[in-house]
Design a protein around this ligand. Structure first.
Ligand code: ZN
Length: 276
């Protein structure tokens, strides 16, 4: 496996969101020759959609994804219509930013529910409802399977195979964002990626799994500091026809969010070359 093309490095803005606002993150990407960016909707709202678009375009960055849509099950069936509306706004924003996809964290169990099968059915119904809007906007939806530790509160789609089956039923305009943090443990991962049509591989998110992990949400590691064979998984993605960006996405309350953001970006670049 050869070293990755440095031009394929993208920065998910969560990686330095504790230190920098979006305008500084965009400038930082430009300064360090990072060619892709994946902003979060709250940051876009703060800077303003039009201003965000202008700055990203000015910096020559590709928007590898907008974070995020989904959460269609959060309030259960009574909240489905509102969730669909919110997702339609996210689709419009993503299209406005010429994002390569809108990342969907689909949602977990509604409060008080023990019905995970019902939650998964509701996800399918909700995503089907926004898919036509996404198609019309020319904006692919990317389901991100999340690690099963988040099945209750964030996403009840937890494996590539599950996401593929859903995409199969829903048809065109929807694919998968493969985040190594969420899927590295899956014994069916290689097979699952190989079985995914390349047009459906919409994103590749990288960071590392620290052992032990101190926090379920905000203790992700820098590439190379954990146990994930990132280069190996990249090889599987490449073999399946994926040619897109490698998006660094690190939530790290006690380490990387406390460091000088310039150091974080330099380290992302170096580790991308060394271990991805
Ligand atoms: Zn991700």
């Amino acid at each position: 496996m050869s070293r990755p093309d440095p031009a394929l490095l993208s920065l998910n803005t969560a990686t330095v969101r504790a230190q920098w606002k979006l305008d500084r993150i965009i400038a930082g990407c430009e300064r360090y020759g990072i060619r892709g960016i994946a902003p979060w909707r709250d940051q876009v709202a703060e800077l303003g959609l039009e201003e965000t678009r202008r700055r990203i375009r000015g910096a020559g960055l590709t928007v590898t994804g907008l974070c995020r849509g989904g959460f269609v099950t959060a309030q259960g069936r009574p909240g489905l219509a509102a969730a669909i509306e919110e997702n339609r706004r996210a689709i419009e924003e993503a299209a406005e930013l010429s994002a390569q996809c809108l990342v969907l964290v689909v949602g977990g169990l509604p409060d008080g529910s023990r019905d995970i099968a019902g939650a998964r059915a509701l996800v399918e119904e909700g995503v089907a409802a926004i898919l036509e809007d996404a198609r019309q906007a020319g904006l692919p939806l990317a389901i991100e399977p999340l690690h099963p530790m988040y099945a209750a509160d964030r996403a009840c789609i937890n494996t590539i195979a599950q996401a593929n089956a859903l995409c199969e039923r829903l048809g065109d305009g929807i694919g998968i964002a493969v985040d190594v943090y969420h899927v590295w443990w899956d014994p069916e991962l290689e097979r699952g990626i190989a079985a995914t049509p390349s047009r459906r591989l919409l994103g590749f998110h990288i960071c590392d799994w620290l052992s032990p992990t101190a926090d379920l949400l905000t203790d992700r590691g820098m590439m190379g500091d954990g146990v994930i064979d990132i280069r190996g998984i990249r090889g599987w993605m490449q073999a399946a026809g994926y040619r897109g960006f490698h998006e660094v996405e690190i939530f790290s309350a006690n380490n990387w969010w406390k460091r000088d953001p310039d150091e974080v970006l330099r380290t992302c670049k170096a580790r991308h070359a060394e271990v991805c």
